[in-house]
Design a protein around this ligand. Structure first.
Ligand code: EPU
Length: 432
């Protein structure tokens, strides 16, 4: 079992480079299944979700060559099946993109119901299924396996989503780029990673228009050819370090970002008395004054991202006054507040709303992460708190943050990753 040990209470200073976007990478890697030839993908984050997806593609017969620490070449010309090992698929949410990609390329797919972070109850995929069905697929779910099949190429269709869903938007783009005719997605999600997926596909020969707006039109083409593409920087990783600097105080340059993608996060931090300077591809976050309270509601892009809600809430624990945080995307994304309470945080949750009474200080405590962003929030709280915080469940954090320990240490944080043995083991070993 690996734990993070943080000796908190130190301001952060310095600069760091943000990695490629996790949620773009986990869509673009399955999209390689649609390409007839080799694609080179650059600015790939080194995180466990990516490793897992590349492993799934390999099992399916794809050639995957890791060129260097942030580039891979994938050639799916010789795929030998339309299903991967279900156990691996269950471990990551994004495995459901294999459904859209395999259906689009081979007219047939079976995947295990997706896993990943558990904060929305069942995490339904009804909108994905509705979209596939509109494109002529017969879709069934049995014993936790979702299967979809079309007779020949899928057919273009007009699909209206009842809710704004990132995953459903991506899955229908994937299933429609090689379909017959035109597909129109209405009420589409507008996240930067959707635009990035469309740019990747278009650079390989697809015809996807309107990504980044709520109507996306896809004209099916016969074939996608290989090419090279670089993934956008990770909006949420950047926001996490911005929040960390805001919480601890100090001054941090967060480099390799697209400042426009961070507008809602920068705006909230400014309301809290934090200075955010925007450069061309960097933001500098400086906090010298006490933190001020604010209210926030999470919404689909360009609203404030739900994937930044736990991290911002951790910082608001230290802001003067009462803040109200409303979760507008997921049903159950406040499971981490009990951990913040162990540190002295004062948060009351009712349904999708958290009321946070700011306290003067947090104190270090032994904590357990329950999902990826919750884990990031606990790291931030540990950096802000006086004394020692130990965080278990770091495998969640490492699903989505490349070298978080190294990047924070580069900013002067006292954080270590410790391998703590089971009872059957004899000694402790530091792993990073
Ligand atoms: N929903 C439905 N039916 C569907 C699909 C979604 O009711 O068919 C509901 C969900 O229950 C939720 C809302 O719609 O209440 C939004 O879900 P969405 O489909 O947009 O989420 P997702 O595609 O499953 C992606 C990210 C999440 C991020 C959400 C929202 C990936 C792999 N995951 O999930 O990221 O929270 O969009 O932005 O891209 C994370 O990175 O930590 C993470 C959880």
């Amino acid at each position: 079992m690996t734990k993070y040990v943080i000796n908190g209470g130190k301001p952060l200073f310095g600069e760091l480079e943000v990695s490629g976007a996790k949620n773009a990478a986990v869509a673009i890697i399955p999209a390689a299944l649609l390409v007839d030839g080799q694609c080179r993908i650059e600015n790939i984050p080194r995180i466990s979700d990516v490793t897992m997806l590349l492993g799934i593609l390999r099992q399916m017969g794809a050639k995957v060559n890791v060129v260097n620490k942030s580039a891979v070449e994938i050639d799916c010309s010789n795929i030998n099946g339309t299903q991967a090992t279900f156990d691996d698929m269950r471990r990551i949410r994004a495995s459901y993109y294999l459904l859209g990609a395999l259906l689009g390329r081979y007219g047939k797919a079976s995947i295990a119901m997706p896993g990943g972070c558990n904060f929305g109850g069942v995490r339904p995929i009804d909108q994905h299924i509705k979209g596939f069905a509109a494109m002529g697929a017969s879709v069934g779910i049995k014993n936790g396996i979702v299967s979809a099949e079309t007779a020949g190429r899928a057919s273009g269709a007009t699909i209206y989503f009842d809710i704004v869903s990132v995953g459903a938007t991506i899955n229908i783009i994937l299933s429609s780029v090689l379909a017959q005719g035109r597909t129109v997605i209405e009420n589409a999600a507008k996240e930067p990673h959707i635009v990035d997926l469309a740019s990747f596909l278009n650079s390989m020969g697809a015809d996807v228009r309107g990504a980044g707006t709520n109507i996306i039109k896809i004209n099916g083409v016969r074939r996608l050819a290989g090419g090279s593409y670089s993934i956008i920087p990770d909006q949420i990783e950047a926001g996490t370090y911005m929040a960390a600097a805001a919480g601890t105080g100090g001054s941090v340059a967060v480099k390799n970002v697209i400042p426009k993608h961070l507008a809602s996060i920068s705006g909230k931090l400014r309301e809290m008395g934090v200075e955010v300077f925007e450069g061309d591809d960097a933001v500098v976050v400086t906090r010298e004054a006490p933190l001020r309270r604010t209210n926030v509601i999470t919404l689909p892009y360009p609203g404030f991202p739900t994937d930044m809600q736990p991290q911002l809430s951790a910082v608001l624990c230290l802001a003067k006054g009462t803040s109200v945080v409303t979760e507008g995307v997921w049903d159950n994304r406040f499971k981490y507040v009990g951990e913040l309470a162990k540190m002295g945080g004062n948060i009351q949750v009712g349904g999708r709303t958290a009321i946070i009474e700011g306290v003067a200080a947090l104190t270090g405590a032994p904590l357990k992460s329950c999902d990826l962003r919750a884990g990031a929030a606990l790291v931030i709280a540990g950096l802000c708190a006086g004394g020692v915080t130990e965080i278990e469940g770091v495998e969640y954090i490492e699903r989505g943050y490349e070298d978080i320990v190294g990047k924070l240490r580069g900013l002067g944080a006292d954080i270590r990753s410790i391998y703590a043995p089971d009872r059957s083991e004899f000694s402790m070993r530091t792993v990073g």
